[in-house]
Design a protein. Structure first.
Length: 90
């Protein structure tokens, strides 16, 4: 299992609101799941994936949560080509 050392760039996750604490104005499928955050920052101490650790974000905030990844990659994009949008651009 991968470990993070103090000072490593890591990703954490934490539950901000449990399902029962969420707004009653939300759709049922949304209110049935917890509101979670995912944050990247520098590990403040060593820990294994799944352990609770604190991180210091680029903004200088100290947040804690479950360690998800060490040196997390950016794996988002804008999806595949949409042929209809090519025509709109013309």
């Amino acid at each position: 299992m991968k470990r993070a050392k103090a000072g490593d760039w890591v990703a954490i996750s934490a539950v901000l609101l449990a399902p029962g604490e969420r707004s009653p104005n939300l759709p049922p499928d949304t209110s049935a799941v917890p509101l979670t955050m995912r944050v990247r920052g520098w590990a403040q101490k060593a820990g294994r994936i799944g352990a609770k650790i604190a991180v210091k974000t680029q903004a200088g905030r100290i947040l804690s949560g479950k360690l998800l990844a060490v040196n997390p990659r950016f794996d988002h994009d804008f999806g595949g080509c949409v042929p209809e949008l090519i025509e709109v651009r013309r």
